[in-house]
Design a protein around this ligand. Sequence first.
Ligand code: FAD
Length: 321
Amino acid sequence: MSKTIIFIELNGAKIKSGSLELLSAAKNAGQTIVGVCLGPGSNGASKEAAYYGATEFYFSEDESLAKYNPEVYTKALTEIIKAESPNFILASGTQLAKDLLPRIAAQNNAGYVSDAIEINFDGNDAHVKKPVFSGKAFAKVDFKNSDLNIIVARPNQLTVNDPDTAATCNVKEATVPSIDLKTVIKDIVKGTSEKLDLTEANIIVSGGRGLKEAENFKLLEELADTLGATVGASRAVCDAGWVPHSMQVGQTGKTVAPSLYIACGISGAIQHLAGMSSSKVIVAINSDPDAPIFEKATYGIVGDLFEVVPQLTKEFKALLS
Ligand code: FAD
């Protein structure tokens, strides 16, 4: 039976949905699951990890892990790898994981695949599907290394099992070796938004140049508040300074795969599509019937967003109240 480390990240006190997806995928494949959660609050995540399939759980709330420093995290995770000798390490593709896991692969001479959207386990091997060329094609990747293989998956692509609230796991405190740090993180300044990060959002309302000016983003915020969604944007409007670059979706922005992506006044340039085309349902609102976004859209509304968006907000408010 394969042994798999799931690198778990938290959103407050709860395990991020991307980590739950991977716990579920490993459990469904019958693997022995070791959950690893590092940093503040990690001790409290063991119960939830067990509900989704972890039988072993490592945590550490050591002060050196309070702010993400790749040197410390790499060292701490490598110690756990030495102790557990896993066949796989799986992580959801957050900013932190995309920085940490390639380092772990290099240090441990492991196979590495990023941006996985499908994983089929086959004993100690796995067949992985990932988008390439901005989503215009898919690559199927197999591992040649049978010792340790690392997969970083795109969030919102896999299903989450129902929790088994009777399940328990064996909890261990990870040791964090002291090292001579080459860099020190002095401070992390959080953005002002209280909303869920775009990469984790289940619903995204996104706006482009069709909104005409920054002020009009409030129309999207109202719709997003009604739906419990997060607001995204095209690069054109981020570059114009209407909204921060943290909201940019696309090839040079964030890759998202929500259940519902509502594109308002976005033309659908290939670089924008690269970041959102694996969304489950895409609704496009555009006044130009020939806009390329309609080729990707599940539902298209040809119309003026200044009429359509307030109307949608009104209807959803009535429906959801
Ligand atoms: P436009 O292309 O100007 O489209 C505006 C749309 O609004 C039009 O389709 C128009 O019909 C519609 N519209 C106008 N008025 C209304 C109205 N009243 N109601 C409804 N619809 C209306 N772009 C990204 O988004 N993300 C990226 O990560 C990204 N990376 C890039 C990387 C490179 C190397 C390059 C070269 C480009 C990149 N771009 C990226 C830019 C991309 O090519 C497009 O320029 C950009 O996506 C266009 O943004 P837009 O759709 O908001 O604007």
